[in-house]
Design a protein around this ligand. Structure first.
Ligand code: ADP
Ligand code: MG
Length: 702
């Protein structure tokens, strides 16, 4: 048995655990092996050197400890509702300690008059603090053997606490394990990295994370374990990338030819921004490399991604290949079709649109032209991935609004060509760079971090409900100036009926305030038939109506440059990235645009932060950073399936610097030794395969 395998030992073999507790640990905390226990880190530490006086307990936010003499004990209630109350007193007052379980055990353990140190988390009940289920220690013992100066606190569940596995029990088990493994805990990082970053050994790190000698050592343990965690995540992502590019050859597009050059010289209506130029260059390198491109292109709403996509498609055409764009909705696909047709003017490039509502006859002729290669660029929705859609030579696939398509759908597009086409995924949902490095760590990654010149930043305001009057007046003013207005209502699935009613009522109210014939309104929501929806959208786009009352169906991609006001009702119910997307619907023309966030008076602190952030910032990356802070990475769109975010100790926000360092080193190591075969990389290799195996095991269990 190698030392790595040792950590695979099932936890039940550990002294003091056994099969029953092992089962509980597995079910409740996901701890199966020694390794799982070693990496089940405390969530915080209590400074045991500080004992509060009872009257110093003023909130229930932190674990505390107090010292007192037992002055009363009492058994209250019957049956399931029985509780045991132990009252202790110090010089400042009295405090109740409570037990709902394990009463028989505690009841006779400590007689009246015993002096105890109790530690736990206070709870407020009937205007008084008590401590439910505290840990107790005899004051005499506490002083004779001061326990760990920093007492670790582990997350547990109600269920296992009832079975006697509380934080303290976990601490004990962890300690037993570590003392048993001393001297055989394998090091996973090479000595030069440990030296360069002053990292302590893995063994010392596990020791000090579970029972720190002091604060300084705790800090070192955390630093070391974070480094390790992030390093192996990056190593895995980068290895995956290497494996894929080794297996998957790419079409080579060696030339930039007539089509691209003609477009650039004669049809491009404006100067490209520097960011657009940079990204096109990055993509060109990919397309010429002989590897299949898998690139994520991030750019805020309005940053000009469509044009970048088009120019890349022209490179494919120049090399004798076809290209396609897949959009998540029909409206978006139509818009791309129009925009791209407009850009191309009378160039000799054949573009067509294929969606669910394309008529059968048209569809058929499209299929033929596609198969023969006469159709160069196909734009569409999911309809593109149907089997009947066969390309002659598909060279580049562009996918707009990434998070709406699963990996599986993407791979279907791949299979439409012998050599898989290059893939460019475009998303306007800005995600923080640190997250992108992790979630999309296996993709190449480009950012358009600059808007075309001359854009006026959208002005954003927040109004409470009582501000409606003012807002209506403002709308009238703007409409009189010839502008158009969106009014958006939330539609959240659980309360869909209620929300729809809100939308309907809002619409009727607005009809009264903005009466015909002077004004006309459109309404769009998700329950409408696609063609009805489309008709209303078109009326608004053509300027036949001035107000568009809608749900978030308009969130993505709709482009009406004359619309310059976005009003969001109940904005407190929207997430930040959604608010940002919605706001991106305005500010597309030459006029100053405005976004008005309406809300109720009662706002949670998160809602307040979201609204304040929107008012303050128009920078999608800044907004996504706040979003990440508020929600945690697991909830951000597109990150759920990634599986790389189940970090145990590192934090994508706080540990950005470490993330960068580890990525650089992982890259450097793989550049030299892609197969992790060199002698000096054996520590790394062992851990790498250990973690990989573990992942596979888990996949089978769940
Ligand atoms: P998005 O990145 O949100 O998809 P679009 O591609 O729709 O953005 O571009 C937004 C608008 O900016 C379009 O009207 C487009 O024609 C215009 N645009 C794109 N690139 C430039 C540029 N370099 N200079 C000026 N306007 C541009
Ligand atoms: Mg777009």
């Amino acid at each position: 048995m190698t030392t790595v395998d040792l950590l695979d030992t099932p936890i039940e073999y550990l002294k003091g655990v056994g099969p029953k507790r092992a089962e509980l640990l597995r079910k409740e905390l996901g701890i199966v092996s020694y390794y799982d226990l070693l990496t089940y880190y405390p969530f915080r530490y209590l400074d045991r050197s500080r004992i509060l006086r009872i009257n110093e307990i003023v909130n229930d936010s932190a674990y505390i400890q107090v010292k007192g003499v037992i002055v009363n004990t009492q058994l209250v209630g019957k049956g399931g509702g029985t509780r045991y109350i132990m009252t202790i007193r110090d010089s400042s007052g009295t405090l109740d300690l409570l037990w709902f379980q394990g009463i028989n055990w505690i009841k006779d353990k400590y007689p009246l008059g015993t002096e105890l140190v109790a530690f736990g988390k206070p709870a407020l009940f009937g205007g008084r603090y008590n401590i439910p289920h505290p840990d107790l220690e005899l004051a005499s013992e506490y002083y004779s053997s001061p326990a760990d100066p920093l007492h670790p606190l582990y997350n547990t569940t109600e269920k296992i606490k009832q079975k006697g596995i509380n934080s303290r029990a976990l601490s004990k088990i962890a300690k037993t394990l570590i003392s048993q493994l001393l001297g055989v805990i394998p090091e996973t990082l090479p000595a030069d990295l440990l030296n360069e970053y002053h990292l302590i050994s893995r063994e010392a790190a596990f020791q000090n994370i579970h029972y720190p000698t002091n604060l300084e050592m705790l800090g070192k343990a955390e630093a070391r374990l974070k480094f390790e965690e992030l390093f192996f995540i990056q190593l895995r992502l980068l290895r995956y990338k290497i494996t894929r590019s080794g297996k998957v050859r790419g079409i080579v597009f060696p030339t930039i030819g007539n089509i691209f050059n003609e477009f650039y010289a004669k049809y491009l209506p404006f100067e490209l921004t520097n960011a657009q130029k940079k990204v096109i260059k990055e993509i060109r390198v990919d397309l010429g490399s002989g590897r299949q491109m898998n690139r994520l292109l991030q750019g805020d709403v309005g940053s000009g991604k469509t044009l970048v996509a088009l120019m890349c498609m022209l490179i494919a055409l120049d090399n004798g290949y076809q290209a396609c764009i897949m959009a998540p909705t029909e409206i978006l696909a139509q818009q791309h079709f129009k925009t791209i047709s407009r850009f191309l003017g009378d160039m000799d490039v054949k573009v067509d649109l294929l969606t669910g509502s394309t008529k059968a006859a048209q569809r058929k002729s499209m299929h033929t032209l596609l198969k023969s290669g006469e159709l160069h660029i196909l734009i569409g929705t999911h309809a593109l991935i149907e089997d009947a859609v066969q390309f002659n030579r598909l060279g580049l696939v562009v996918i707009d609004e990434q998070h709406r398509f699963g990996v599986e759908q993407r791979s279907k597009l791949w299979n439409k060509a012998e050599t898989p086409p290059h893939v460019l995924v475009m998303t306007a949902t800005p995600i923080p760079r640190t997250l992108a490095m992790t979630v999309y760590g296996d993709l190449d990654y480009s950012v358009i971090d600059e808007l075309p010149p001359g854009r006026k930043p959208i002005k954003t305001y927040h109004f409470y409900e009582n501000g409606h009057e003012k807002v209506y007046n403002f709308m009238k003013q703007q409409i009189d100036l010839g502008r158009q207005v969106y009014v958006v209502y939330p539609l959240i699935e659980e309360s869909e009926t209620l929300d729809l009613k809100n939308l309907q009522e809002g619409y009727e109210l607005l009809q009264q305030i903005f009466p015909a014939p002077k004004y006309s309104l459109s309404m769009v929501h998700g329950r409408m038939k696609p063609d009805e929806k489309e008709r209303e959208m078109q009326r608004f786009a053509k300027g036949e109506t001035q107000i568009m009352v809608a749900t978030t169906v308009i969130e993505v991609g709709v482009d009406v440059p004359n619309a310059s006001v976005m009003i969001i009702e109940n904005s407190e119910r929207f997430g930040l990235s959604q608010l940002h997307q919605l706001r991106g619907r305005v500010g597309r023309g030459a006029d100053q645009s405005h976004c008005i966030l309406m809300s109720g008076f009662k706002l949670t602190s998160d809602a307040k932060t979201r609204i304040e952030t929107m008012v303050k910032s128009t920078d999608g990356f800044e907004i996504s950073d706040v979003d990440l802070r508020l929600r945690g990475p697991g909830d951000l769109e597109g990150t759920q399936q990634s599986g790389v975010l189940d970090m145990k100790i590192a934090n994508l926000i706080k540990d950005e610097a470490v993330l960068r360092i580890t990525r650089t080193h992982a890259q450097r190591i793989l550049d030299e030794d892609p197969g992790l075969q060199l002698e000096k990389n054996q520590r790394i290799a062992r851990q790498f395969y250990f973690l990989n195996k573990k992942k596979a095991d888990w996949a089978m269990i769940s």
